[in-house]
Design a protein around this ligand. Structure first.
Ligand SMILES: NC(=O)C1=CN([C@@H]2O[C@H](COP(=O)(O)OP(=O)(O)OC[C@H]3O[C@@H](n4cnc5c(N)ncnc54)[C@H](O)[C@@H]3O)[C@@H](O)[C@H]2O)[C@H](O)CC1
Ligand SMILES: [K+]
Length: 502
Protein backbone atom coordinates (compact mmCIF):
# COMPACT_ATOMS: atom_id res chain seq x y z
CA UNK A 1 0.00 0.00 0.00
CA UNK A 2 1.76 3.09 -1.29
CA UNK A 3 1.81 6.14 0.99
CA UNK A 4 1.60 9.41 -0.93
CA UNK A 5 2.02 13.13 -0.57
CA UNK A 6 -0.68 15.40 -2.02
CA UNK A 7 1.61 16.17 -4.96
CA UNK A 8 2.12 12.49 -5.71
CA UNK A 9 -1.62 11.86 -5.48
CA UNK A 10 -2.32 14.57 -8.05
CA UNK A 11 0.39 13.08 -10.27
CA UNK A 12 -1.24 9.62 -10.14
CA UNK A 13 -4.62 11.24 -10.82
CA UNK A 14 -3.21 13.06 -13.85
CA UNK A 15 -1.61 9.88 -15.24
CA UNK A 16 -4.89 8.00 -14.87
CA UNK A 17 -6.75 10.66 -16.80
CA UNK A 18 -4.08 11.42 -19.45
CA UNK A 19 -2.49 8.02 -20.01
CA UNK A 20 -5.27 5.76 -18.82
CA UNK A 21 -7.95 7.76 -20.60
CA UNK A 22 -10.28 7.61 -17.61
CA UNK A 23 -12.55 10.65 -17.31
CA UNK A 24 -12.16 12.60 -14.06
CA UNK A 25 -15.94 12.53 -13.58
CA UNK A 26 -15.78 8.76 -13.57
CA UNK A 27 -13.06 8.77 -10.91
CA UNK A 28 -15.25 11.00 -8.76
CA UNK A 29 -18.23 8.67 -9.30
CA UNK A 30 -16.02 5.71 -8.33
CA UNK A 31 -14.77 7.52 -5.22
CA UNK A 32 -18.27 8.43 -4.01
CA UNK A 33 -19.73 4.99 -4.74
CA UNK A 34 -16.85 3.09 -3.15
CA UNK A 35 -17.13 5.22 -0.05
CA UNK A 36 -20.87 4.54 0.20
CA UNK A 37 -20.20 0.80 -0.09
CA UNK A 38 -17.78 1.08 2.83
CA UNK A 39 -20.26 3.22 4.80
CA UNK A 40 -23.22 0.86 4.53
CA UNK A 41 -22.13 -1.55 7.28
CA UNK A 42 -21.80 1.32 9.78
CA UNK A 43 -24.88 3.40 8.94
CA UNK A 44 -28.47 2.71 9.75
CA UNK A 45 -31.33 3.23 7.27
CA UNK A 46 -33.38 5.12 9.85
CA UNK A 47 -30.70 7.71 10.53
CA UNK A 48 -30.55 11.16 9.00
CA UNK A 49 -27.40 12.00 7.09
CA UNK A 50 -25.93 15.46 6.64
CA UNK A 51 -23.37 15.89 3.85
CA UNK A 52 -21.17 18.97 4.21
CA UNK A 53 -19.62 19.88 0.84
CA UNK A 54 -16.77 22.28 0.13
CA UNK A 55 -15.71 24.00 -3.06
CA UNK A 56 -13.24 21.46 -4.49
CA UNK A 57 -13.30 17.88 -5.68
CA UNK A 58 -13.65 16.62 -2.13
CA UNK A 59 -17.03 18.37 -2.20
CA UNK A 60 -17.64 16.69 -5.58
CA UNK A 61 -17.20 13.31 -3.88
CA UNK A 62 -19.75 14.54 -1.36
CA UNK A 63 -22.37 15.13 -4.10
CA UNK A 64 -21.83 11.58 -5.43
CA UNK A 65 -22.18 10.14 -1.92
CA UNK A 66 -25.38 12.15 -1.35
CA UNK A 67 -26.93 10.99 -4.66
CA UNK A 68 -25.96 7.35 -4.11
CA UNK A 69 -27.49 7.35 -0.63
CA UNK A 70 -30.62 9.19 -1.81
CA UNK A 71 -31.31 6.70 -4.61
CA UNK A 72 -30.85 3.96 -2.04
CA UNK A 73 -33.65 5.46 0.09
CA UNK A 74 -31.66 7.26 2.76
CA UNK A 75 -32.65 10.54 4.34
CA UNK A 76 -29.93 12.90 3.04
CA UNK A 77 -29.42 16.64 3.37
CA UNK A 78 -26.66 18.56 1.58
CA UNK A 79 -25.18 21.82 2.85
CA UNK A 80 -22.81 23.58 0.46
CA UNK A 81 -20.34 25.71 2.39
CA UNK A 82 -19.23 27.91 -0.49
CA UNK A 83 -21.22 30.08 -2.93
CA UNK A 84 -22.49 28.44 -6.14
CA UNK A 85 -19.90 30.05 -8.43
CA UNK A 86 -17.07 28.22 -6.59
CA UNK A 87 -18.32 24.78 -7.58
CA UNK A 88 -16.56 24.01 -10.85
CA UNK A 89 -15.55 21.23 -13.22
CA UNK A 90 -16.26 17.68 -12.17
CA UNK A 91 -17.75 18.80 -8.86
CA UNK A 92 -20.24 21.04 -10.74
CA UNK A 93 -21.16 18.09 -12.97
CA UNK A 94 -21.95 15.91 -9.95
CA UNK A 95 -23.78 18.74 -8.24
CA UNK A 96 -26.02 18.91 -11.32
CA UNK A 97 -26.66 15.15 -11.14
CA UNK A 98 -27.62 15.54 -7.48
CA UNK A 99 -30.12 18.23 -8.47
CA UNK A 100 -31.40 16.13 -11.43
CA UNK A 101 -32.11 13.29 -9.05
CA UNK A 102 -34.30 15.52 -6.90
CA UNK A 103 -31.68 16.54 -4.35
CA UNK A 104 -31.72 19.98 -2.73
CA UNK A 105 -28.65 22.12 -2.04
CA UNK A 106 -28.78 24.28 1.09
CA UNK A 107 -26.19 27.00 0.70
CA UNK A 108 -24.36 28.13 3.84
CA UNK A 109 -25.79 31.30 5.38
CA UNK A 110 -24.47 31.47 8.90
CA UNK A 111 -23.13 29.19 11.60
CA UNK A 112 -26.46 29.04 13.44
CA UNK A 113 -27.89 27.32 10.37
CA UNK A 114 -25.10 24.73 10.52
CA UNK A 115 -25.57 24.28 14.24
CA UNK A 116 -29.25 23.50 13.68
CA UNK A 117 -28.61 20.97 10.93
CA UNK A 118 -25.83 19.32 12.91
CA UNK A 119 -28.07 18.86 15.93
CA UNK A 120 -30.67 17.09 13.75
CA UNK A 121 -28.16 14.80 12.05
CA UNK A 122 -27.18 11.33 13.19
CA UNK A 123 -24.39 11.03 10.66
CA UNK A 124 -22.19 13.78 9.22
CA UNK A 125 -20.32 13.17 5.98
CA UNK A 126 -17.36 15.52 5.93
CA UNK A 127 -16.62 16.43 2.29
CA UNK A 128 -15.47 19.97 2.97
CA UNK A 129 -11.73 19.87 2.31
CA UNK A 130 -9.52 17.16 0.88
CA UNK A 131 -5.89 17.11 -0.09
CA UNK A 132 -6.22 20.49 -1.85
CA UNK A 133 -6.06 22.49 1.37
CA UNK A 134 -3.41 25.18 1.52
CA UNK A 135 -2.55 27.24 4.58
CA UNK A 136 -4.71 27.55 7.65
CA UNK A 137 -8.42 26.88 7.28
CA UNK A 138 -10.35 30.04 6.43
CA UNK A 139 -13.81 31.07 7.59
CA UNK A 140 -16.51 29.91 7.59
CA UNK A 141 -14.97 26.43 7.36
CA UNK A 142 -12.94 26.98 10.51
CA UNK A 143 -16.09 27.55 12.58
CA UNK A 144 -17.93 24.70 10.87
CA UNK A 145 -15.09 22.30 11.72
CA UNK A 146 -15.33 23.44 15.34
CA UNK A 147 -19.07 22.79 15.37
CA UNK A 148 -18.73 19.34 13.76
CA UNK A 149 -16.30 18.43 16.54
CA UNK A 150 -18.79 19.51 19.21
CA UNK A 151 -21.76 17.38 18.18
CA UNK A 152 -22.49 13.76 18.97
CA UNK A 153 -23.20 12.67 15.38
CA UNK A 154 -21.05 9.95 13.84
CA UNK A 155 -18.53 11.74 11.62
CA UNK A 156 -17.33 10.16 8.41
CA UNK A 157 -14.58 11.98 6.54
CA UNK A 158 -14.04 11.69 2.81
CA UNK A 159 -10.40 11.00 1.89
CA UNK A 160 -8.96 12.99 4.81
CA UNK A 161 -10.49 14.77 7.82
CA UNK A 162 -11.15 18.33 6.62
CA UNK A 163 -8.45 20.77 7.68
CA UNK A 164 -5.80 18.10 8.18
CA UNK A 165 -2.66 18.39 6.04
CA UNK A 166 -1.91 15.49 3.70
CA UNK A 167 1.88 15.88 4.04
CA UNK A 168 4.35 16.07 6.91
CA UNK A 169 5.70 19.36 8.22
CA UNK A 170 2.53 21.25 9.24
CA UNK A 171 2.20 22.06 12.90
CA UNK A 172 -0.78 24.44 12.98
CA UNK A 173 -4.09 23.10 11.81
CA UNK A 174 -7.67 22.79 12.90
CA UNK A 175 -9.34 19.68 11.60
CA UNK A 176 -12.37 17.48 11.88
CA UNK A 177 -11.90 14.67 14.39
CA UNK A 178 -13.44 11.84 12.40
CA UNK A 179 -14.91 8.59 13.68
CA UNK A 180 -14.17 7.03 10.30
CA UNK A 181 -12.14 8.14 7.31
CA UNK A 182 -12.47 6.49 3.93
CA UNK A 183 -9.22 7.25 2.17
CA UNK A 184 -9.22 7.53 -1.62
CA UNK A 185 -6.87 4.90 -3.13
CA UNK A 186 -3.63 5.69 -1.23
CA UNK A 187 -3.00 6.62 2.42
CA UNK A 188 -1.62 10.12 2.69
CA UNK A 189 1.56 10.72 4.67
CA UNK A 190 -0.25 12.41 7.57
CA UNK A 191 -1.99 9.15 8.44
CA UNK A 192 1.34 8.04 9.93
CA UNK A 193 2.24 11.19 11.87
CA UNK A 194 1.76 11.21 15.63
CA UNK A 195 0.10 14.63 15.53
CA UNK A 196 -2.32 13.76 12.71
CA UNK A 197 -3.23 10.08 12.91
CA UNK A 198 -5.77 10.46 15.78
CA UNK A 199 -7.91 12.75 13.56
CA UNK A 200 -8.56 9.91 11.12
CA UNK A 201 -10.41 7.67 13.57
CA UNK A 202 -10.91 4.21 12.09
CA UNK A 203 -9.81 4.21 8.50
CA UNK A 204 -10.05 2.18 5.34
CA UNK A 205 -8.69 2.67 1.87
CA UNK A 206 -11.22 2.66 -0.97
CA UNK A 207 -10.19 1.80 -4.50
CA UNK A 208 -11.33 4.04 -7.33
CA UNK A 209 -9.35 2.57 -10.23
CA UNK A 210 -6.27 4.80 -10.40
CA UNK A 211 -3.23 4.06 -12.51
CA UNK A 212 -0.48 2.04 -10.94
CA UNK A 213 2.66 4.14 -11.16
CA UNK A 214 6.18 4.06 -9.81
CA UNK A 215 6.80 7.46 -8.35
CA UNK A 216 10.13 9.11 -9.01
CA UNK A 217 10.32 10.22 -5.37
CA UNK A 218 11.20 6.67 -4.16
CA UNK A 219 8.97 4.13 -2.56
CA UNK A 220 7.07 4.67 0.70
CA UNK A 221 4.93 1.69 1.60
CA UNK A 222 2.66 0.77 4.50
CA UNK A 223 3.77 -2.75 5.48
CA UNK A 224 0.87 -5.05 6.15
CA UNK A 225 0.25 -8.68 7.01
CA UNK A 226 -0.01 -9.71 3.38
CA UNK A 227 3.48 -8.23 2.78
CA UNK A 228 4.89 -10.18 5.71
CA UNK A 229 3.26 -13.40 4.48
CA UNK A 230 4.71 -12.81 1.03
CA UNK A 231 8.28 -12.08 2.16
CA UNK A 232 8.92 -13.97 5.41
CA UNK A 233 11.20 -16.96 4.70
CA UNK A 234 9.52 -20.30 5.28
CA UNK A 235 11.30 -22.78 7.52
CA UNK A 236 12.12 -25.85 5.52
CA UNK A 237 11.61 -29.35 6.98
CA UNK A 238 15.26 -30.02 6.23
CA UNK A 239 16.67 -27.03 8.08
CA UNK A 240 19.02 -27.49 11.03
CA UNK A 241 19.98 -25.00 13.72
CA UNK A 242 22.76 -23.52 11.59
CA UNK A 243 20.42 -22.86 8.64
CA UNK A 244 18.83 -19.90 10.38
CA UNK A 245 22.11 -18.29 11.30
CA UNK A 246 24.14 -17.56 14.39
CA UNK A 247 23.56 -14.30 16.14
CA UNK A 248 25.54 -12.49 18.80
CA UNK A 249 23.97 -10.03 21.23
CA UNK A 250 26.40 -7.78 23.09
CA UNK A 251 25.05 -5.87 26.02
CA UNK A 252 24.22 -5.85 29.71
CA UNK A 253 25.85 -4.32 32.77
CA UNK A 254 25.58 -5.10 36.47
CA UNK A 255 22.70 -2.65 36.95
CA UNK A 256 20.82 -3.63 33.76
CA UNK A 257 21.07 -7.39 33.26
CA UNK A 258 17.47 -7.80 32.10
CA UNK A 259 17.80 -6.02 28.76
CA UNK A 260 20.10 -8.50 27.08
CA UNK A 261 18.08 -11.39 28.51
CA UNK A 262 14.98 -10.08 26.74
CA UNK A 263 16.85 -9.56 23.47
CA UNK A 264 18.25 -13.12 23.58
CA UNK A 265 14.89 -14.66 24.34
CA UNK A 266 13.08 -12.60 21.69
CA UNK A 267 15.63 -13.61 19.05
CA UNK A 268 15.27 -17.28 19.97
CA UNK A 269 11.46 -17.01 19.91
CA UNK A 270 11.66 -15.40 16.46
CA UNK A 271 13.34 -18.27 14.70
CA UNK A 272 17.04 -17.63 15.29
CA UNK A 273 18.96 -20.89 15.04
CA UNK A 274 21.74 -20.13 17.49
CA UNK A 275 22.07 -17.13 19.75
CA UNK A 276 24.98 -16.12 21.92
CA UNK A 277 24.98 -13.49 24.63
CA UNK A 278 28.22 -11.55 24.84
CA UNK A 279 28.33 -10.08 28.31
CA UNK A 280 30.22 -9.74 31.57
CA UNK A 281 30.26 -12.42 34.28
CA UNK A 282 27.90 -10.65 36.70
CA UNK A 283 25.24 -10.40 34.01
CA UNK A 284 25.77 -13.90 32.75
CA UNK A 285 25.37 -15.43 36.22
CA UNK A 286 22.13 -13.55 36.84
CA UNK A 287 20.43 -14.29 33.51
CA UNK A 288 21.75 -17.67 32.35
CA UNK A 289 19.04 -19.59 34.21
CA UNK A 290 16.33 -17.43 32.54
CA UNK A 291 17.58 -18.09 29.06
CA UNK A 292 19.01 -21.58 28.99
CA UNK A 293 18.75 -21.95 25.20
CA UNK A 294 21.37 -19.27 24.55
CA UNK A 295 25.11 -19.79 24.74
CA UNK A 296 27.38 -17.19 26.32
CA UNK A 297 30.56 -15.40 25.37
CA UNK A 298 32.30 -14.02 28.46
CA UNK A 299 33.54 -10.45 28.06
CA UNK A 300 35.90 -8.51 30.28
CA UNK A 301 34.26 -6.12 32.67
CA UNK A 302 35.32 -3.26 34.86
CA UNK A 303 33.11 -1.62 37.48
CA UNK A 304 30.12 -3.65 36.32
CA UNK A 305 30.36 -2.77 32.60
CA UNK A 306 32.23 -3.92 29.52
CA UNK A 307 35.70 -2.66 28.89
CA UNK A 308 37.81 -2.41 25.72
CA UNK A 309 38.86 -5.78 24.31
CA UNK A 310 39.01 -7.62 20.99
CA UNK A 311 36.07 -9.92 20.22
CA UNK A 312 36.21 -12.71 17.66
CA UNK A 313 32.95 -12.48 15.74
CA UNK A 314 33.95 -14.61 12.76
CA UNK A 315 31.41 -17.37 13.45
CA UNK A 316 28.39 -15.07 13.67
CA UNK A 317 26.11 -13.95 10.84
CA UNK A 318 24.87 -10.80 12.54
CA UNK A 319 25.34 -8.83 15.73
CA UNK A 320 23.16 -6.67 17.93
CA UNK A 321 24.83 -4.34 20.40
CA UNK A 322 23.86 -1.75 22.98
CA UNK A 323 21.02 -3.01 25.14
CA UNK A 324 21.60 -2.33 28.85
CA UNK A 325 25.34 -1.89 28.40
CA UNK A 326 25.54 1.43 30.26
CA UNK A 327 27.22 4.64 29.17
CA UNK A 328 30.67 4.64 30.70
CA UNK A 329 33.58 5.77 28.56
CA UNK A 330 35.38 2.41 28.32
CA UNK A 331 32.18 0.72 27.16
CA UNK A 332 31.77 3.49 24.61
CA UNK A 333 35.32 3.00 23.30
CA UNK A 334 34.75 -0.76 23.13
CA UNK A 335 31.54 -0.25 21.14
CA UNK A 336 33.12 2.19 18.68
CA UNK A 337 36.06 -0.14 18.04
CA UNK A 338 33.84 -3.18 17.56
CA UNK A 339 31.51 -1.38 15.15
CA UNK A 340 34.53 -0.24 13.14
CA UNK A 341 36.22 -3.68 13.02
CA UNK A 342 33.29 -6.01 12.49
CA UNK A 343 32.57 -7.06 8.92
CA UNK A 344 29.07 -8.39 9.62
CA UNK A 345 25.64 -6.76 9.66
CA UNK A 346 25.34 -4.97 12.97
CA UNK A 347 22.28 -3.59 14.74
CA UNK A 348 22.93 -0.81 17.24
CA UNK A 349 20.34 0.11 19.86
CA UNK A 350 19.91 1.96 23.16
CA UNK A 351 23.21 2.82 24.91
CA UNK A 352 25.06 1.70 21.79
CA UNK A 353 23.50 4.63 19.92
CA UNK A 354 24.94 7.05 22.47
CA UNK A 355 28.37 5.47 22.06
CA UNK A 356 28.49 5.88 18.30
CA UNK A 357 26.96 9.36 18.21
CA UNK A 358 30.28 11.12 17.54
CA UNK A 359 31.56 8.42 15.22
CA UNK A 360 28.91 8.44 12.51
CA UNK A 361 31.55 9.18 9.87
CA UNK A 362 33.17 5.79 10.41
CA UNK A 363 29.75 4.12 10.38
CA UNK A 364 29.15 5.41 6.88
CA UNK A 365 32.37 3.70 5.74
CA UNK A 366 31.18 0.25 6.81
CA UNK A 367 30.81 -2.24 3.96
CA UNK A 368 28.23 -4.43 5.72
CA UNK A 369 24.78 -3.13 6.69
CA UNK A 370 24.50 -1.01 9.83
CA UNK A 371 21.06 -0.84 11.40
CA UNK A 372 20.25 1.89 13.91
CA UNK A 373 17.03 1.62 15.93
CA UNK A 374 16.43 4.93 17.74
CA UNK A 375 13.23 6.19 19.31
CA UNK A 376 12.62 9.92 18.67
CA UNK A 377 14.62 10.96 21.77
CA UNK A 378 17.63 8.95 20.59
CA UNK A 379 17.14 10.27 17.07
CA UNK A 380 17.31 13.80 18.49
CA UNK A 381 20.54 12.89 20.28
CA UNK A 382 22.03 11.48 17.05
CA UNK A 383 21.01 14.36 14.80
CA UNK A 384 20.88 17.43 17.03
CA UNK A 385 17.35 18.01 15.73
CA UNK A 386 14.63 18.48 18.37
CA UNK A 387 12.12 15.70 19.05
CA UNK A 388 9.37 18.10 17.98
CA UNK A 389 10.98 18.67 14.58
CA UNK A 390 11.61 14.95 14.14
CA UNK A 391 7.96 14.14 14.81
CA UNK A 392 6.92 16.88 12.41
CA UNK A 393 9.04 15.51 9.53
CA UNK A 394 9.84 11.88 10.40
CA UNK A 395 9.91 10.75 6.76
CA UNK A 396 12.26 13.47 5.59
CA UNK A 397 14.54 13.36 8.65
CA UNK A 398 14.86 9.56 8.34
CA UNK A 399 15.58 9.72 4.65
CA UNK A 400 18.28 12.36 5.01
CA UNK A 401 19.96 10.54 7.89
CA UNK A 402 19.91 7.07 6.30
CA UNK A 403 21.31 8.46 3.08
CA UNK A 404 23.96 10.64 4.68
CA UNK A 405 25.27 7.94 7.02
CA UNK A 406 24.70 4.91 4.82
CA UNK A 407 22.56 3.15 7.41
CA UNK A 408 19.26 1.33 7.73
CA UNK A 409 17.22 3.38 10.14
CA UNK A 410 14.35 2.07 12.25
CA UNK A 411 12.73 5.20 13.72
CA UNK A 412 10.52 3.75 16.43
CA UNK A 413 7.12 5.14 17.34
CA UNK A 414 3.40 4.44 16.95
CA UNK A 415 4.15 4.16 13.21
CA UNK A 416 7.73 2.94 13.00
CA UNK A 417 9.42 4.10 9.80
CA UNK A 418 12.11 1.86 8.31
CA UNK A 419 14.42 3.56 5.80
CA UNK A 420 17.19 2.04 3.70
CA UNK A 421 20.33 3.91 2.62
CA UNK A 422 18.70 4.72 -0.74
CA UNK A 423 15.74 6.38 0.94
CA UNK A 424 13.13 3.66 0.36
CA UNK A 425 10.72 3.56 3.27
CA UNK A 426 8.41 0.98 4.82
CA UNK A 427 5.99 1.94 7.58
CA UNK A 428 4.84 -0.52 10.20
CA UNK A 429 1.09 -0.93 10.68
CA UNK A 430 0.97 -2.86 13.97
CA UNK A 431 1.51 -2.03 17.65
CA UNK A 432 -0.31 -0.13 20.38
CA UNK A 433 0.46 2.17 23.28
CA UNK A 434 1.10 -0.84 25.53
CA UNK A 435 4.51 -0.99 23.84
CA UNK A 436 5.52 2.41 25.20
CA UNK A 437 7.30 0.74 28.11
CA UNK A 438 10.81 -0.16 29.25
CA UNK A 439 12.06 -3.32 27.58
CA UNK A 440 10.01 -3.00 24.37
CA UNK A 441 13.06 -1.88 22.43
CA UNK A 442 15.17 -4.77 23.78
CA UNK A 443 12.55 -7.24 22.59
CA UNK A 444 12.29 -5.55 19.20
CA UNK A 445 16.08 -5.74 18.77
CA UNK A 446 15.95 -9.49 19.37
CA UNK A 447 13.17 -10.00 16.83
CA UNK A 448 15.02 -7.84 14.31
CA UNK A 449 18.28 -9.74 14.84
CA UNK A 450 16.51 -13.02 14.10
CA UNK A 451 15.00 -11.52 10.94
CA UNK A 452 18.34 -10.12 9.75
CA UNK A 453 19.96 -13.55 10.13
CA UNK A 454 17.46 -15.17 7.79
CA UNK A 455 17.61 -14.62 4.08
CA UNK A 456 15.43 -11.64 3.29
CA UNK A 457 16.12 -8.25 1.80
CA UNK A 458 17.39 -6.14 4.69
CA UNK A 459 14.61 -3.53 4.62
CA UNK A 460 11.93 -6.23 4.40
CA UNK A 461 13.56 -8.19 7.23
CA UNK A 462 13.40 -5.09 9.42
CA UNK A 463 9.80 -4.32 8.45
CA UNK A 464 8.80 -7.93 9.10
CA UNK A 465 10.42 -7.77 12.54
CA UNK A 466 8.59 -4.55 13.44
CA UNK A 467 5.31 -5.98 12.18
CA UNK A 468 5.69 -9.21 14.19
CA UNK A 469 6.67 -7.35 17.37
CA UNK A 470 3.68 -4.98 17.10
CA UNK A 471 1.29 -7.75 16.13
CA UNK A 472 2.21 -9.74 19.21
CA UNK A 473 1.23 -6.73 21.36
CA UNK A 474 -2.00 -6.25 19.37
CA UNK A 475 -3.06 -9.88 19.78
CA UNK A 476 -2.33 -9.76 23.50
CA UNK A 477 -4.41 -6.59 23.90
CA UNK A 478 -7.29 -8.12 21.99
CA UNK A 479 -7.29 -11.22 24.19
CA UNK A 480 -6.21 -11.17 27.83
CA UNK A 481 -3.92 -8.15 28.32
CA UNK A 482 -4.47 -4.39 28.48
CA UNK A 483 -2.27 -1.53 27.31
CA UNK A 484 -1.67 -0.78 31.01
CA UNK A 485 -0.42 -4.14 32.21
CA UNK A 486 1.33 -5.36 29.05
CA UNK A 487 5.01 -6.10 29.71
CA UNK A 488 7.87 -6.51 27.28
CA UNK A 489 8.23 -10.14 28.34
CA UNK A 490 4.53 -10.73 27.50
CA UNK A 491 5.34 -9.59 23.98
CA UNK A 492 7.99 -12.33 23.77
CA UNK A 493 5.44 -14.92 24.92
CA UNK A 494 2.94 -13.55 22.39
CA UNK A 495 5.27 -14.16 19.45
CA UNK A 496 4.03 -17.75 19.26
CA UNK A 497 0.52 -16.67 18.27
CA UNK A 498 1.89 -14.33 15.60
CA UNK A 499 4.10 -16.95 13.96
CA UNK A 500 1.29 -19.49 14.03
CA UNK A 501 -0.74 -17.26 11.70
CA UNK A 502 2.00 -16.18 9.29
N1 LIG B 1 -7.43 11.00 -7.85
C1 LIG B 1 -7.80 11.78 -6.94
O1 LIG B 1 -6.99 12.31 -6.22
C2 LIG B 1 -9.19 12.03 -6.77
C3 LIG B 1 -9.56 12.84 -5.72
N2 LIG B 1 -10.79 13.18 -5.49
C4 LIG B 1 -11.11 14.01 -4.38
O2 LIG B 1 -10.61 15.30 -4.64
C5 LIG B 1 -9.96 15.83 -3.51
C6 LIG B 1 -8.98 16.87 -3.91
O3 LIG B 1 -9.68 17.85 -4.63
P1 LIG B 1 -9.19 19.35 -4.86
O4 LIG B 1 -10.23 20.02 -5.64
O5 LIG B 1 -7.85 19.32 -5.43
O6 LIG B 1 -9.05 19.96 -3.43
P2 LIG B 1 -10.07 20.04 -2.18
O7 LIG B 1 -11.38 19.52 -2.47
O8 LIG B 1 -9.33 19.44 -1.04
O9 LIG B 1 -10.15 21.58 -1.81
C7 LIG B 1 -9.97 22.61 -2.68
C8 LIG B 1 -10.94 23.71 -2.27
O10 LIG B 1 -10.72 24.14 -0.96
C9 LIG B 1 -10.39 25.54 -0.93
N3 LIG B 1 -9.34 25.74 0.07
C10 LIG B 1 -8.05 25.43 -0.04
N4 LIG B 1 -7.40 25.74 1.09
C11 LIG B 1 -8.31 26.26 1.94
C12 LIG B 1 -8.24 26.78 3.24
N5 LIG B 1 -7.10 26.81 3.91
N6 LIG B 1 -9.35 27.23 3.83
C13 LIG B 1 -10.53 27.19 3.20
N7 LIG B 1 -10.68 26.72 1.92
C14 LIG B 1 -9.57 26.26 1.31
C15 LIG B 1 -9.97 25.88 -2.33
O11 LIG B 1 -10.24 27.19 -2.60
C16 LIG B 1 -10.79 24.90 -3.16
O12 LIG B 1 -12.05 25.42 -3.39
C17 LIG B 1 -9.41 14.62 -2.84
O13 LIG B 1 -9.14 14.84 -1.48
C18 LIG B 1 -10.51 13.59 -3.07
O14 LIG B 1 -11.50 13.68 -2.07
C19 LIG B 1 -11.73 12.82 -6.59
O15 LIG B 1 -13.00 12.97 -6.35
C20 LIG B 1 -11.46 11.47 -7.16
C21 LIG B 1 -10.15 11.46 -7.74
K1 LIG C 1 -12.78 15.70 3.92
Amino acid sequence: MQIVTAKEMYEIDRLTIEKGGVDGKLLMENAGRSIVNHMLPIIDRTKSILVLVGGGNNGGDGFVIARTLLTDGYDVLVVQLVPDYKIKGEAAYHKQLWLNFGGIVHVFQDTSMIRRYLLDADIVVDAMLGIGISGEVRQPLKDVIGLVNQVEALTISVDIPSGLPADEGESHFEAVVADYTFIVEHPKMSLFLESCSPFYGKWEVVKIGLFHSNLSSGSRIAWRERDVKRTLPKRSRNSHKGTHGRGLVIGGSSTMPGSIAMTLKAALRSGAGLITGGTINEVFSSIASHCVEATYLPLLGKAGAMTTQPVDVSMYNAIAIGMGMGRNEETAAFTRQLVKDVTKPILIDADGLHHIKDDLASISQRKQPTILTPHPGEMAMLTGISVREILLHPFEVSKQFAYEHNVYLVLKGPHTIITDPNGNQLVNTTGNQGLAKGGSGDVLSGVLLAMIMQEQSMIEALANGCFIHGKSADLLISSHRSTEDLLATDVIDGLASVFRTL
